[in-house]
Design a protein around this ligand. Structure first.
Ligand code: KG4
Ligand code: ZN
Length: 333
């Protein structure tokens, strides 16, 4: 470590993961601790906000202390705290933000509030020293589906977004109708591997120059198809649904990059760990002669290393938050 190195402690609690990480200079992950509440929410078929915030309070101290001890560090080694302050579940966000403020005040460490979506984008910088803006990034998670022109580390232009369900939400809903449970993405992904994509499901907004998404139609189409064809192979339905979603996401991502004249693309968010999407963007990148970045699967779903990275790049540009910062449930990028 050199004197100029910035050691960042990341804190993330916007949904159902309590996470903390230590990252140096926005790229080098030293520790990454994620405590997932999935098993608790599974029996309800989705995240219960009141339970989520209570569970965050129970584990956040130990998650942060583990991130420090895994890094062989204590608070004195930390130069900056990065914390998610939106968008997300308000009660959950407040747990991480209050914790960050308390540590900042008690230890005299500056902190930077981070937009969770910006964090997902920054996941691409982790372990990828050569990636620099500009590029176009697809952010597809349980709450968001955005195509973003990343002009600089802290400068974004949203080129398109979903007009109804997010891509991950569509996976979760289709998983439920297929009887696969919560969370749906990994379950549908696994079942899709055993089927063939021989059913045509609708792909919305495929006109040139339109980078918005709509995923509620395809969910309804899957429900109707299952009603009409009760004996269909569920693996074929999963494979066909996944192919339709992946084709829309990747087509629009590459069209958007061509539109703004960049040949570097990235994917981010929980859906970016989908095996079909990862394969498709690789194929298209080879076809188009584009460079493609994909975070490791563990950095696609919610984590604090990505938050620490985004905080570093904000701090480098002079941003610091103060103790008046509040959580914002519907924060825009
Ligand atoms: O980014 P994330 O962890 O949380 C949000 O910010 O929303 O994303 C979670 C979403 C869930 O909807 C989950 O079903 C989806 O990402 N997901 C996947 C896969 N793994 C997680 N979707 C498709 N394929 C996957 N392998
Ligand atoms: Zn997320």
């Amino acid at each position: 470590m050199s004197n100029k190195d910035v050691v960042v402690l990341g804190i993330e609690s916007s949904c159902d993961e309590t996470a903390s990480a230590v990252v140096i200079n926005g790229r080098n992950v030293i520790s990454n601790v994620i405590s997932s509440q999935i098993d608790i929410h599974r029996e309800f078929g989705g995240v219960v906000p009141e339970i989520a915030s209570r569970k965050h309070i129970e584990v956040i101290d130990s998650v942060i202390l583990k991130a420090l001890s895994d890094a062989n560090m204590d608070f004195d080694d930390i130069d900056l705290i990065g914390v998610t302050y939106g968008p997300g579940l308000i009660g959950s966000l407040l747990v991480g933000l209050s914790e960050a403020k308390a540590i900042s005040y008690a230890k005299g460490i500056p902190f930077v509030g981070v937009n969770h979506i910006e964090g997902h984008i920054a996941a691409n910088y982790l372990d990828n020293p050569e990636l620099e803006p500009p590029y176009v990034c697809l952010v597809a998670s349980g709450g968001h589906s955005h195509i973003v022109h990343v002009k600089d580390y802290t400068e974004f232009q949203v080129m398109g977004k979903t007009t109804d369900d997010a891509a991950g939400e569509a996976f979760d809903k289709v998983s439920r109708v297929l009887g696969l449970g919560y969370p749906g993405g990994p379950a549908v992904d696994n079942l899709a591997k055993m089927g063939s994509a021989n059913i045509e499901f609708p792909m919305a907004f495929m006109q040139k120059g339109n980078y918005d998404f709509s995923f509620s139609g395809i969910k309804t189409a899957v429900i109707n198809y299952l009603k009409k064809h009760p004996d269909v192979s569920l693996a074929d339905v999963a494979a066909s649904f996944q192919k339709a979603v992946v084709d829309v996401l990747s087509y629009k991502l590459f069209e958007a990059a061509k539109d703004v004249g960049v040949n570097v693309i990235a994917i981010a968010g929980g859906v970016a760990s989908n095996s079909g999407l990862r394969k498709r963007v690789e194929e298209m990148a080879a076809e188009y002669g584009f460079k493609v970045y994909r975070p490791k699967p563990v950095y696609c779903t919610d984590n604090a290393a990505m938050i620490a990275s985004a905080a570093y790049f904000r701090y480098e540009r002079g941003y610091v938050s103060d103790l008046h910062l509040n959580a914002v449930a519907n924060l825009n990028l």
